[in-house]
Design a protein around this ligand. Structure first.
Ligand code: NAP
Length: 260
């Protein structure tokens, strides 16, 4: 059995909705205390009241923008102040606006890289002292299949940002190994979230058709994987990525799905 995570201090960036909220729910059910960080205070309030009755852990919120280094530090400080430290950082906040390469502006690229890449790097940096002090620090980055494995028109900048997170992870996991901090990544396929719903019904139906399980993932599917990386028993796993996609990346061609 896994050592219980009850009482551990967990930060989930982008925890106000979607995958982040699912990750938070799973950690709360495991008895951990969770700080949710995102920009929109009203969405954070809503998430905190939705999650309040999950498990025995406390849920706290902080309005902050991970693309700003000062805000990353505020998030780490808030977790230390509220829960006495940081055991787990789930660097999950991300944006995925779609724009073709031909139409892409410098601002489009900056926005995606600032949130998805800089936001990950500086959140990890801000949490380093507290993660090290815990003696079992865990970083779980939410990357994606898009970029590291697959591509999708409109997401060249997004795909670059998600692949960049894995490049960061591999060196960070080496640098942080002596501090007993592991750094791993979850790579979701298509997960039913508010952000994905914005892509429309046609997108959803098209994806369901090419996923061997013929359904989108649930946000908690990502939470369970993050929880595993956070356990004491996963201490020897670092610098690794886990695809959670219902088999989406597996078919070699459309023929592989015929009759499936
Ligand atoms: P979502 O439903 O749009 O939620 C995104 C969360 O991130 C929200 O809480 C949002 O709150 C927060 N956020 C965005 N920009 C932020 C910033 N600068 N600072 C702080 N918080 C910020 O998205 P999602 O689908 O759950 O995606 C979450 C993560 O999973 C992303 O990293 C995404 O790339 C990854 N992912 C998602 C899918 C999928 O199928 N849904 C697949 C692969 C990977 P505010 O807007 O209020 O800040």
């Amino acid at each position: 059995m896994f050592t219980p995570l009850a009482g551990r201090s967990v930060i989930v960036t982008g925890g106000s909705k979607g995958i982040g909220k699912g990750i938070a729910r799973v950690f709360l059910r495991a008895g951990a205390n969770v700080l949710l960080a995102a920009r929109d205070s009203s969405a954070l309030d809503g998430a905190a009241s939705d999650l309040a009755k999950e498990g025995d852990g406390r849920v706290e919120i902080l309005a902050a923008d991970v693309s700003k280094v000062a805000d990353c530090r505020r998030i780490a400080e808030a977790a230390v102040e509220q829960f006495g430290g940081v055991d787990v950082l789930c660097a999950n906040a991300g944006i995925f606006p779609d724009t073709t390469l031909a139409a892409m502006s410098e601002e489009d690229v900056d926005n995606v890289l600032d949130c998805n890449v800089k936001g990950t790097i500086f959140m990890v940096q801000a949490c380093l002292p507290a993660l090290e002090a815990s003696g079992h620090g865990r970083v779980v980055i939410t990357s994606s299949i898009t970029g590291p494995i697959t591509g999708y028109p409109g997401w060249s900048h997004y795909g670059a940002s998600k692949a960049a997170q894995l490049g960061f992870m591999r060196t960070a996991s080496i640098e942080l190994a002596p501090r007993k901090i592991t750094v791993n990544a979850v790579l979701p396929g298509n997960i039913a979230t508010e952000g994905l719903a914005d892509m429309g019904e046609d997108y959803r139906r098209g994806m369901e058709a090419v996923i061997p399980q013929h359904r989108l993932g649930e946000v908690e599917d990502i939470g369970y994987a993050a929880l595993f990386f956070a356990t004491d028993e996963a201490a020897y796993i670092t610098g690794q990525s886990l695809v959670i996609d219902g088999g989406q990346v597996l078919p070699e061609s459309p023929a592989a799905l015929e009759g499936i």
